[in-house]
Design a protein around this ligand. Structure first.
Ligand code: PAF
Length: 282
């Protein structure tokens, strides 16, 4: 696996592969890789010839007071994991390489409606930062396929919308969440949990499963399901931000006719902000 840090080298390498008729898969990450990221690499390898992974902690998607400075940066370990998993190229640029015009008053990608709800209501500007950097990375790598985890369900919805609206010629593939044996979704932020909190953390997934069961059994009083789930999380020691039943297509509130639903939740446990979701087909 080669590691590159500049756009120029990246473009030259990708152009060489293309000239050889090889297709490119791309897995964008912020590093501190766990099994969830590595599953994206596996799926990418099954699909096409060359796999490019980026590691870039994107300043634009962190709000004031969030964990940009302390976000775990573990490039040497990440690089070893990617090489062992068969990635072809690691792109690990500096901020100035991705933001050549600076991070101040730059051109940005706004996705109305999808960005201000759910996590976006609690993390102002976050999805604009994600959408902008993903467009930048897609322009740098120019892959045929790009893969994202379904754990970040709203992020995936935002990215699909950006690619559709801006006619970006890439196939977006969502990959199911990888979980620990006790159900906790893999996340770099799980590392912020204390030993005791780690034991409590699977309650988030369990309560979403219980909520899903109620919806499957015909419960259409989603407000009650959401409120009970939030209460259950609170009793377990979480500080919930939201639990919400939405339709999968556009993350809007479901009508009685909607069959494809997703239950999403975000809650703080100690210093970790955990998110998870579960799709339900009624
Ligand atoms: O999911 C992530 O790790 C990030 O939001 C992404 C997609 C790499 C953009 O910085």
């Amino acid at each position: 696996m080669q590691t590159l840090t500049t756009a120029k080298e990246l473009r030259a390498t990708v152009a060489r592969w293309r000239a050889m008729g090889e297709a490119i898969a791309f897995v964008p990450t912020m590093g501190n890789l766990h099994e969830g990221h590595l599953r994206l690499v596996d799926v990418a390898r099954e699909r096409v010839g060359r796999v490019v992974v980026s590691i870039f902690v994107n300043p634009m998607q962190f709000g004031e007071g969030e964990d940009f400075a302390s976000y775990p940066r573990t490039l040497a370990e990440d690089s070893a994991k990617l090489a062992a998993r068969g990635a072809d190229l690691l792109f690990a640029p500096e901020v100035a390489e991705v933001y050549p015009g600076g991070t101040g008053s730059l051109t940005r990608v706004e996705v109305p409606e999808l960005s201000d709800i759910l996590c976006g209501a609690f993390r102002s500007g976050h999805f604009t930062g994600v959408a902008t950097v993903v467009v930048k990375l897609l322009n740098l790598v120019q892959p045929d396929v790009a893969l994202f985890g379904e754990k970040d369900f709203q992020q995936l919805a935002v990215i699909r919308r950006v690619v559709l609206d801006l006619n970006i010629p890439v196939e977006i593939v969502g990959v199911p969440t990888v979980r620990a044996p006790d159900g906790l979704a893999m996340s770099s932020r799980n590392g912020y949990l204390t030993v005791q909190e780690r034991q409590v953390a699977p309650t988030l997934y369990q309560s979403l499963q219980e909520a899903a069961q109620r919806v499957l059994e015909g419960g259409q009083n989603y407000t009650a399901v959401e409120a009970d789930t939030i209460e259950r999380l609170r009793r377990a020691g979480f500080r919930p931000e939201y639990v919400s039943v939405r339709r999968t297509a556009d993350l809007k509130a479901p009508t009685a006719a909607d069959r494809d639903l997703v239950i999403l939740g975000a809650a703080w446990l100690g210093n970790a902000r955990l998110i998870d979701n579960l799709t339900v087909h009624r």
